[in-house]
Design a protein around this ligand. Sequence first.
Ligand code: FMN
Length: 436
Amino acid sequence: MRVFFTKEEFIKENGKPGSPMPFSEDVSVLGEAVPIGERSSPSRIVYQPMEGCDGEADGSPGELTVRRYERFAAGGPGIVWFEATAVLREGRANPRQLMLTENNAGAFSRLVEKIKETAAKAGNPEPLVIMQATHSGRYSKPNGRPEPLVAYGCPTLEKNGVQVTVVTDEYLDRVGEALVSSAKLAERAGFDGVDIKCCHRYLLSELLSARDRGGKYGGALENRARLLLDAVSGARSECRDGFIVATRLNVYDGAEIPGGFGVAEDGSFDPTETRKLAYELSARGVSLINVTMGNPYFNPHVNRPFSVGAYDPPEGPLDGVARLLLGAEIVKRAASGTAVVASGFSFLGAAAPGVAAAYAARGSFDLCGFGREAIAYPDLASDILRDGGMKREKLCLCCSKCSEIMRKPGGTPGCVVRDAEVYLPIFREFCGEGKK
Ligand SMILES: Cc1cc2nc3c(=O)[nH]c(=O)nc-3n(C[C@H](O)[C@H](O)[C@H](O)COP(=O)(O)O)c2cc1C
């Protein structure tokens, strides 16, 4: 199935039996401001964190990184959710992943200023810029080869025979300190908030399912969520009141990962623990939760429903989108005072604004996040907010080429189709014929 080039195509498909999504012709609700703690997003449109693997060796933003954020800022979102930024060197997902340190904070500060200036020059309202603080855990490749640091051994994810290291409680204590230090550095660098990343089976997300781990980070939910909860509490108490403490949260790891977080015995989404966790996060002062699912390395159809990918998924892409949106609704109900971002809008194509508006108007969640669409179509927010819709010739095709580049050592992902001048040569270099 391909993405929807028109609203009508979507309405026809959505009318089939199953669980139709609401749709609204009037998308004006997307232009409303959304309170987030003491701050506010000028609209309901979020550009999701989209890693470009294009930083410098010291972790500071590179040329393509700066280009990506200038394009985002000029496109007019309410929130620029800044990509995965490592808090410890050994937890970098690749040697070019961004990493914020005392030494390079100035470069991040200049980039945040540039985002705000570019938005102002384009006549857009000032976006909030939230930095995603991460430890890549199982997917750490600080030197370009896998050096997995895992919460627990997981045979399903270790079929490739790579040797893993189960991290100690003392190491996790240090990760917690690094996350809080990173939040303070992000505040100093001018970011409006920090995301204590807990998704996609990176370290904090993997801990959420560490039921058989002993010690203070395993077993009961309060232990499995301890690192996340302590880090958000630490960031809350160490940073000024108006600084947003957020988290990007995996609420379902996917049927392909038995025993994963939010996975029922039959593989379906079980939100029981999600509800408890969302409530607790809100009680700890988290004012913004960005809801996501899946493991981009193992079951990408759960994380980013696609038209064309490396395999035939076991479900249709619309089922995946519906589940992502349901996850956001459940979190919003459990933590009603917290602003909630839903993920997974790219596959909806031209129908995305209408679906997002219908969910937002009924209070299901507050903000809609665009991932792949933002790199394909960076001015999507201005087109929606000024013209009421998206243009078919600019749409993301969900062709998975960005993800393909990202999986190649040294590859710097971007949109091969809509930003071809820059990214088609990169695609050919890393993924062209004869490349493994
Ligand atoms: C190239 C690429 C880079 C990504 N980088 C990040 C990241 O840094 N942090 C994160 O939480 N998610 C990341 N994601 C996931 C997206 O933010 C988003 O959740 C996913 O693509 C689904 O949303 P969409 O359907 O709008 O694309 C990335 C996805 C892609 C394809």
